[in-house]
Ligand binder design. Structure first.
Ligand code: GDP
Ligand code: MG
Length: 163
């Protein structure tokens, strides 16, 4: 499949919220794709006339912390293999965690384009310092709110250039 965008990141950063926003008007198609695998959801999205498939990873991860981290790492490796571009979601309200660092280490070794997405910046008035996410070593940081949609247009403009 061409034009696949994978959403990766640790739990609770807002991956599924972003996925739902990107695939919002295409629920019927999402249903066709869901269940392809147990822990990955596929949906269709479109931006400025460009269509792409979005993968939401890590929805059904269970087990101990070790199993949990290994499962996230597996999802990141699959994403690197399968996707044309990767949205690496981090949480602007918590800053960088150890798990963020681990995921970033894996992503830095890939040749696929990675977009660092600092989520939960709900309004322009909010002053979360997302500057620290540049230290992940993955380039530009895109401040967005998956909840309100703030900043997602700028992100998508850049994303579709890679598709
Ligand atoms: P996932 O585990 O990475 O898939 O994260 P979810 O999409 O399930 O979201 C985790 C929590 O963060 C939920 O309570 C969401 O409502 C919340 N959340 C997601 N996006 C935003 C956002 O842009 N702003 C705020 N304030 N909360 C958000
Ligand atoms: Mg989720």
């Amino acid at each position: 499949m061409a034009n696949i965008v994978a959403i990766v990141g640790r739990p609770n950063v807002g991956k599924s919220t972003l996925y739902n926003r990107l695939t919002e008007s295409r629920k019927a198609i999402v249903d066709d794709f869901s269940g392809v695998t147990r822990d990955r959801h596929y949906g269709q999205a479109e931006w400025v006339g460009k269509r792409f498939t979005v993968i939401d990873t890590g929805g059904f991860v269970h087990g101990s912390d070790d199993v949990f981290e290994a499962a996230i790492r597996d999802q990141v490796l699959i994403a690197i293999d399968e996707a044309s571009a990767i949205l690496f979601v981090v949480d602007a309200t918590t800053g960088i965690t150890d798990l963020d660092d681990e995921i970033a280490d894996v992503l830095r070794r890939s040749s696929k384009p990675v977009f660092v997405v600092a989520n939960k910046v709900d309004s322009a008035k909010q002053t979360h310092d997302t500057h620290e996410f540049y230290s992940l070593g993955l380039g530009e940081v895109y401040n967005i709110s998956s909840m309100t949609g703030s900043g997602t247009g700028e992100l998508l403009d850049e994303l579709v250039k890679e598709l």
